[in-house]
Design a protein around this ligand. Sequence first.
Ligand SMILES: NC(=O)C1=CN([C@@H]2O[C@H](COP(=O)(O)OP(=O)(O)OC[C@H]3O[C@@H](n4cnc5c(N)ncnc54)[C@H](OP(=O)(O)O)[C@@H]3O)[C@@H](O)[C@H]2O)C=CC1
Ligand SMILES: O=C(O)C1=N[C@H](C(=O)O)C[C@H](O)C1
Length: 246
Amino acid sequence: MTKLLITGKSGRMGQSLIQAGTENPQSEVTSTHDVGEDLAAAFAGVDAAIDFTVHQFTDEVLKAAIESNTPLVIGTTGHSDEQKARIEEAAKKLPIVFAPNFSIGVNTLFWLTSKAAQILGNDSFDIEVTEMHHRHKIDSPSGTARRLLDILNEETNTSYQDDVTHGRVGNIGPRPSKEIGMHTLRGGDVVGDHTVMFAADGERVELTHKASSRMTFASGAVRAAIWLQSQPAGLYDMQDVLGLKS
Ligand SMILES: NC(=O)C1=CN([C@@H]2O[C@H](COP(=O)(O)OP(=O)(O)OC[C@H]3O[C@@H](n4cnc5c(N)ncnc54)[C@H](OP(=O)(O)O)[C@@H]3O)[C@@H](O)[C@H]2O)C=CC1
Ligand SMILES: O=C(O)C1=N[C@H](C(=O)O)C[C@H](O)C1
């Protein structure tokens, strides 16, 4: 039985994670944490911690995990490159799964996006990405969209800095062929929609994933925490947990 700490216990994901960790026959939620509570005390005696909170809290979580030698699952998004580097550093001491999306469907979308970009390329096909989330989401683009852009950049020899355009306004002129458009939508209670579009003269391919329940992310994160129990220190993502890399 894997004893779990869930941080952000009152949050949307915190609530789903408590449910998923309780329902999974291989895990139990023995500790929770929220703003203002003692984090070191919350880490005492658990086998793994799952953090879906805010990026500003990640450094504190890493410190407490290292001090208590506790494997960590990080689902929080919105980190800067410097914060991501600190997660990589911590993973030299601890096993950490850090993933922008824990659903099996989105991890399949990552794989499909890579294959589609290899086949279609960005010469005759124009690539655009859209994401839509609920009105409360504070980071943009979503962590999942950032990962999709990383995949597209890698497959098309483009870069996030030079080739990704966020929205368009004004007299923008014709579309540069290498450009990748990124468009964020926010509204209502949308759990999480992502589309990668390849548009050419005469045809269009659209790869879309729509999440309708946060339990898909939560049960994936609990599965990752259980999987971490048998892993050495290192930085992993959900593709490792699902065996999609081998
Ligand atoms: N990787 C994945 O599969 C997924 C990732 N996410 C990501 O998870 C994160 C949380 O999303 P969601 O649950 O919707 O957000 P919520 O706003 O609902 O929850 C955030 C939680 O973090 C707590 N919190 C806020 N500030 C701090 C702080 N400084 N220190 C400690 N705790 C803090 C909040 O406490 P309080 O309420 O008291 O402020 C709350 O419990 C986001 O980054 C989101 O993008 C979401 C879904 C899937
Ligand atoms: O904040 C959310 O809700 C979500 N965040 C993740 C992201 O930023 O990609 C994953 C999911 O789409 C829901």
